[in-house]
Design a binder for this molecule. Structure first.
Ligand code: UDP
Ligand code: MG
Length: 310
């Protein structure tokens, strides 16, 4: 007998034509043990992803599709998916089978015990050493800076209760670092563990450049401490500068000219040092101003081209 709650599954997809079939073959038997809906958010795919989903959606009204007019990004696709869910709990999962669907049972069990957030935590990554190391570095930095503790080694594969969904839907910010926003609410949370596999087919959409952008967004969205740090570095640099100035004047006034003409090294070092400090500081401030600007423009976060079964 099916349980009396609705499970929503949100899947953001961007050029995943090779994976839809296998994903649904694995996923449907698992979610069929519940009342369920599967919401695909097609984030501007250029390949056959949309057609493939539509074939499934025609036969099965529990499979729904929202298509964007273009690519708006993974976090935006998830955000949109959350807004359309009706479930009592919502699982978000990648389309490339890096996140094993069979874990959903375990997640639901923990949710039934009263946890509002169930993160799937990666025990091991079948990914490059480079990705593992950079991910570790990122979590160290963001946790040092952020007032909200950001859980480590959890991606966007998680289950959240409808109350958490409601909270997310009421957070109007445009730069959405969802794993931080979910943690921000302070709801009771727990983990299930899994080994992260390689992608079934296709390439990651997060190359290094995008990862860096994502990491910076996360930090800027969850902490204003870099601005503080900029002030401290500025103060430190000013102190060193004042010492330098006093020393230079002392040499100029009290030592014979042979000692103060060759001042090139000191000048050079000072210019480089303060130049560096100033550029970094301006850059940090710029990051925040850029965010403020985008938030103030208030453009829609995404545009929907088409909906199926919704
Ligand atoms: N994705 C998306 N829009 C994007 C990039 C990715 O909807 O701009 C989807 C993608 O189809 C996949 C999920 O987000 O289902 C995670 O992306 P990916 O597997 O490339 O990231 P990784 O697992 O390498 O971090
Ligand atoms: Mg992936």
């Amino acid at each position: 007998m099916k349980k009396d709650f609705l499970l929503s599954v949100v899947i953001p997809v961007f050029n995943e034509e090779g994976n839809i079939n296998t994903l649904l073959k694995e996923l449907i038997p698992i979610v069929s043990t519940y009342e369920y809906e599967i919401i695909f958010v097609n984030d501007g795919s250029q390949d056959k992803t949309e057609e493939e989903i539509k074939v499934f959606a025609q036969e099965n009204k529990n499979i729904k599709l929202i298509s964007f007019t273009r690519n708006f990004g993974h976090q935006t696709a998830l955000t949109c998916g959350y807004q359309y869910t009706k479930g009592d709990c919502v699982v978000t999962i990648d389309a490339d089978l890096q996140d094993p669907p069979e874990l959903i049972h375990e997640m639901v069990k923990k949710w039934e015990k009263g946890f509002k957030i169930v993160y799937a935590k990666r025990k091991m990554r079948e990914e490059s050493l480079f990705k593992t190391l950079t991910a570790d570095f990122f979590y160290n930095v963001i946790n040092m800076l952020s007032q909200t503790p950001i859980p480590r080694n959890v991606g966007d594969f998680r289950l959240i209760d409808k109350h958490v969904v409601e909270l997310l839907n009421h957070m109007p910010e445009r730069f959405r670092f969802l794993r931080g926003m979910v943690a921000w609410g302070g709801f009771p949370s727990t983990y299930v563990y899994f080994d992260r596999k390689k992608r079934l087919t296709g390439e990651t959409h997060y190359p290094l450049s995008k990862m860096i952008g994502f990491a910076l967004n996360g930090i800027v969205s969850f902490s204003t401490r870099p601005l503080r740090i900029a002030i401290y570095v500025g103060i430190l640099a000013s102190i060193i500068g004042i010492v330098g100035i006093i020393y230079a004047i002392y040499r100029r006034l009290f030592l014979p000219s042979a000692y103060w003409v060759p001042g090139w090294t000191a000048t050079f070092v000072a210019i480089m040092f303060f130049g560096g400090v100033q550029l970094i500081t301006i850059g940090i401030i710029g990051e925040y101003i850029g965010k403020i600007y985008s938030e103030i423009q208030g453009r829609p976060q995404y545009l929907v081209k088409e909906k199926v079964n919704i």
